[in-house]
Design a binder for this molecule. Sequence first.
Ligand code: NAD
Length: 470
Amino acid sequence: MAPIKVSKILCIGAGYVGGPTCAVIALKCPHITVTIVDLNKARIDAWNSPDFKLPIYEPGLEDVVRACRGRNLFFSTDVEKGIREAELIFVSVNTPTKKSGVGAGFAADLNYVELATRQIAAVATSSKIVVEKSTVPCRTAESMRTILEANSKPGCHFDILSNPEFLAEGTAISDLFNPDRVLIGSLQTPEGKDACAALAGVYANWVSPAQILTVGLWSSELSKLAANAMLAQRISSVNALSAICEATGANIDEVANAVGYDSRVGPKFLKASVGFGGSCFQKDILNLVYLSESLHLPEVAAYWRQVVEMNEYQKRRFSKRVVDTLFNTITGKRIAVLGFAFKADTGDTRESAAITLIRDFQSERALVNVYDPQVVEEQIWLDLTEASPNVPLDSIKKQVKICGSALEACRDAEAVVIATEWKEFKEIDWSEVYKHMKKPAFVFDGRLLVDAAKLTEIGFKVNTIGRPGA
Ligand code: NAD
């Protein structure tokens, strides 16, 4: 049978993954028409905005969208039309942790995946390849297939593939241009293999064959959870060591560097910090914990749960260090929090350590000044309200002020807390900041970003993760 040629792709979900991933496919495959749909009209309007004020900030993304929007890349809210016309459909919807019901706090909420799947079945009038792009628990493709087969029209056949996304926010475009690997999972049937070859053919427009891994469906689904769990585990391991460093006088940078020199360990992802954030690490590990429990593997569940607990401990430890250092009370004291995004080069705040730190400072009745170069004000208020559901927004606004620059945030502050590793915080004029702060002026570097020796020379009392405090 001739390989299936894909000429029309639909992506359901125009978020951090669906948007950049499918925009890059459109750029690299000018012969393919790519439509990205979303139920969220505001998001689609932003993707279509005449001045390219895109709904997410990602270095290089605007150039990609400028190159192909209106040519072979389209953004729309018309999900049904998109489904009818496409040959291959990515499902790239959100899969958050369930908030209530069975498995609350651990299991993935697959409601959005199910709704999108039901919509495909209800609308499709021809056969489709359906691709799980969302991160899902192992064997979700089986549930999708059951839904599609039970609801499809006569003559419609659906092949399901798993194609998890490994991009990292902040470097999404370069990750998509030069992926470490593209993983495609399929059933090992002739139809499954043909569908897999069709999707591999799309990526082959810019990814070398050696980097396109084709595996079984369940291996592909599990690999995504495993990859995130192991990355987060490295961070929790180095953070656990950072606590020992602080207590002993060892330096976590030196320890991590020495450990990373071992080629079996490698140097990447060994930076101590106030803790990992983002929409994926915690959720995917909890997903793995839930999966392990469901499979009656309690020891496996306990093992992975500890990675998340260590992360929570690291954030708590950092807040406590700020309070302890500021003479055991921060009531009425002004603290500047630099950074609100969960990491640099993104405007995404999901599970950001800054949210936990500010909530802790609020509960100690401190006054908090926040500055982030990319996160919009409304998002900060939304996150802080969600973090303290019993505190009215008016009260939060009495304690927290959003500032337009790092210098403004630091004015009259007793301490600066670096929560996000934005390059601009490394480059600010720290002597100028020092002049405008109360004395003694403290810096708590939650990202090992600034030159502690230089700041100490200026007069700051510097506290860094993984080193004894000043
Ligand atoms: P997101 O919340 O930014 O985007 C998901 C979008 O899907 C939302 O805009 C939502 O409105 C839309 N949507 C939901 N149901 C829909 C429906 N039935 N029809 C049309 N639109 C619908 O989420 P994201 O960060 O892009 O993540 C998507 C998936 O990719 C998740 O499973 C996530 O775990 C995974 N993932 C995320 C990242 C990351 O860095 N953000 C990386 C790899 C994988």
